[in-house]
Design a protein around this ligand. Structure first.
Ligand code: ADP
Ligand code: 5GP
Length: 247
């Protein structure tokens, strides 16, 4: 495609949607692929904006018709998928395209499109992730502890896959994480398309390089350890959630 394909994955509640929407306010020419899902809308979500909501039957028909670039069962009970048409549209418009998809979808897309740029977003700690998930559920009027703990449990499994991603973002302070995401997009445009970088933005190449996974081990170590994941092997070493729950 003329534009660049960005895959962004993260445990639910890390702030991925917030980051992507901030990015789109700052950088033009970045489209967001609205996924299809069989889950029900949450809070203020609208059909066609956050997701295309559909039934399991219709989703299966779409799979059979070959309409998906990738699809996966996430959290064991809901189907999510990226329509090929999102990619076609971005291609026609010469825009970059962001896919907010889980790690299973990420590996399917990388297998088909190895040139895709992949970014893994991490919350700064399990405790902060729990707080963000809980706040979001409260804001959406859906306080469901079983669902909260299920998502927290899934988080560690998702994070174990961080090594498959080219860039790592730790979403601690939102402004900094948005600036890093913007830097990655501008740096990739510069390297791949030779797109000029404005003088005032000349630090972006440095910022983006620091976010490369190969340069992120120091920053990552304490975060991985807090999730009970061994930095070397990427495997879980402790049971999840041994921090005190004081929120
Ligand atoms: P995701 O798309 O990864 O599931 P969201 O973007 O919905 O996550 O963010 C989850 C919650 O965390 C939201 O309430 C959001 O406002 C909040 N949030 C996101 N980034 C930050 C941040 N850097 N600091 C504090 N809260 C954040
Ligand atoms: P949520 O239900 O919280 O919006 O999303 C749950 C998970 O599904 C997130 O990890 C999100 O990235 C992932 N997801 C959203 N859309 C897609 C998609 O089209 N394909 C895949 N594989 N995962 C998706």
């Amino acid at each position: 495609m003329a534009g660049i394909l960005f895959i962004i994955s993260a445990p639910s509640g890390s702030g991925k949607s917030t980051l992507v929407s901030e990015l789109r306010k700052q950088v033009s020419g970045v489209d967001f692929s609205v996924s299809w899902t069989t889950r029900a809308p949450r809070g203020s979500e609208e059909n066609g904006r956050e997701y295309n909501f559909t039934t399991r039957e219709e989703f299966k028909r779409m799979i059979d018709a070959g309409l998906f670039l990738e699809h996966a069962e996430v959290f064991g009970n809901h189907l999510y998928g990226t329509a090929r048409s999102s990619l076609d549209q971005a291609r026609r418009d010469g825009h970059d395209l962001v896919l907010d998809i889980d790690v299973q979808g990420g590996s399917q897309v990388r297998a088909k499109m190895p040139e895709a740029v992949s970014i893994f977003v991490l919350p700064p700690s399990p405790k902060e992730l729990r707080t963000r998930l809980r706040n979001r559920m409260r804001a959406e009027g859906m306080v469901d502890d079983a669902e909260l703990y299920r998502r927290l449990g899934e988080a560690t499994k998702e994070i174990e896959n961080y090594k498959q991603y080219g860039y790592i973002l730790i979403n601690d302070f939102l402004d900094r994480a948005v600036a890093q995401l913007e830097a990655i997009v501008l740096a990739e445009r510069y390297y791949r398309n030779g797109e000029a970088i404005a003088y005032r933005q000349r630090r972006v190449l440095e910022v983006a390089a620091a976010c490369l996974q190969v340069n992120s081990q120091e920053r990552l170590k304490p975060v991985l350890e807090a999730f009970g994941i061994d930095g070397e092997s990427g495997q879980q070493q402790l049971p999840f959630g041994d921090e005190p729950d004081d929120d």
